[in-house]
Design a protein around this ligand. Structure first.
Ligand code: SAJ
Length: 406
């Protein structure tokens, strides 16, 4: 039996996927409300295919509880935030989960850490805790790192199809865990050591952060001299060895906007490119805010409350707001102005910010300038409703005449 610890964005789909592929699974989370929701037959966030997967897993017998289980395999997928000042990974949740596992696990159990951690974190924070409890790693308990790789919005497909990395001290243990993941994963599963697995995960997200920063910097250069960054990127990408990403209003999510900081925190004197890239991405919400002021000035608009931000989530077609550029922009605007921008997101039903709307039509009626912060399908399908508005399109999806870009 596998006990999945942490039933959030990664733990829940992983637990469901294993259960629906013949593995006996019990999911554990310390959040009673979350466990009660799952036990009442409802999922806790929106994701394509998740509800169907949930039904399959429930039929297959998955259980949810707040209790840690006595079993031979644990998968830990709890959050790993970073310390805003030191930029280092904060492994407190991983350590707390491992401590709970140690209270119940039998001799010979395997603990798989899926949470993203910086290279050396397991060595520095997890191993000592296990040893302090009198366990000898490799004899009494096996430690493995299997970093998750799935993208919100396409999680179910990616869980099935992405290649994976398994880091283990002992190849045989790595192979055993590989067999467990192969119960559902159709991609290639590479077995390596723990520190390499830790590093690969952080490097993957850093690669993307640096490349998004490059696109964002190009957008700033092009804005400065009135060039069309999208046309330029399109043409450059026709070169066989060039593949530039897209500029945007900033980088959100719990991964690309966070994980590269782990490297900066751990290797401050060696991370110039990464540091600069993260700063460029972090500057984008303010850059958009400045564009709003510029456009208002050009259009003779003076009332900021007639400006509306479309989208609150960190990217399209998900309900995840972690580190969202819109929230960053609103925070920045609160510091600079008293009156508030209006906001709307079809995926956010609860009131989370001031001046938030819950209907696209009411939102559009209340504003003259619409800023497309997130390219949800809803806005793509309702583009005609923006006719007659001033539009600042941060994603180049609107082909109405006179649209502004970042
Ligand atoms: N973004 C841009 N320009 C682009 C692409 C993305 O500005 O050209 C922005 C998005 O709008 C968003 C942010 O970057 O705000 C990140 O979005 P994303 O869709 O690129 O990635 P995430 O954060 O949802 O998921 C990533 C994925 N990692 C990589 O692509 C290397 C996913 O595979 C990981 O599982 C996930 O991070 C994670 O958990 O680490």
């Amino acid at each position: 039996m596998v006990n999945v610890i942490g039933l959030g964005y990664i733990g829940l789909p992983t637990a469901l996927m294993m259960a629906s592929h013949g593995v006996e699974v019990i999911g554990t989370d310390y959040n009673k409300e979350l466990v009660a929701t799952l036990n009442a037959g409802r999922t806790t966030f929106k994701e394509d295919g998740l509800d169907e997967l949930f039904q399959d897993a429930v039929k297959a017998g998955i259980k949810f509880t707040t209790e840690y289980q006595v079993t031979d395999t644990y998968i830990v997928s709890v959050p790993t935030p970073y310390d805003k000042f030191s930029k280092k990974v904060d492994a407190c949740y991983v350590v707390a989960a491992v401590k709970e596992v140690l209270k119940v696990c039998p001799k010979g159990a395997t603990v798989v850490i899926e949470s993203t951690v910086s290279p050396g974190t397991i060595e520095k924070y997890v191993r000592p805790v296990i040893e302090e409890h009198g366990f000898t790693i490799g004899e009494d308990l096996n430690l493995v790192h299997a970093p998750e790789r799935i993208i919100p919005g396409n999680m179910v497909y990616e869980l099935l199809h992405n290649n994976r990395t398994i880091g283990a001290d002992d190849k045989a243990v790595g192979e055993k865990v590989k067999a467990l993941y192969a119960s559902f994963c159709q991609g290639e599963i590479v077995v390596t050591d723990i520190k390499t697995a830790e590093m690969t995960k952080v490097v993957e997200n850093t690669f993307r952060a640096v490349n998004i920063a490059f696109a964002n910097e190009l957008a700033k250069i092009c804005r400065h001299d009135n060039m069309d960054v999208y046309e330029i990127i399109k043409i450059c990408n026709m070169h066989p060895r060039v593949n530039i990403l897209q500029p945007g209003p900033g980088v959100g999510g719990h991964c690309i906007s966070v994980d590269p900081w782990f490297l900066v925190g751990d290797y401050p004197s060696l991370t110039k490119v990464i540091w600069d890239a993260m700063k460029v991405n972090d500057s984008m919400p303010d850059f958009v805010l400045n564009r709003i002021y510029e456009i208002m000035k050009e259009k003779g608009m003076t009332d900021i409350s007639r400006v509306g931000l479309y989208g609150l989530t960190y990217k399209e077609n998900v309900d995840d707001m972690r580190e969202s550029p819109t929230l960053q922009l609103l925070e920045s605007q609160e510091r600079h102005l008293a009156a508030g921008l209006k906001v709307y997101d079809p995926f956010i039903e609860k009131d989370v910010v001031k001046n938030q709307y819950h209907s696209l039509d009411e939102f559009l009626d209340a504003v003259d300038l619409v800023v497309i912060m997130v390219k949800h399908n809803e806005i793509k399908e309702n583009m005609g409703k923006l006719a007659g508005k001033v539009v600042l399109d941060c994603h180049n999806i609107c082909d109405l005449p006179g649209v502004y870009h970042i």
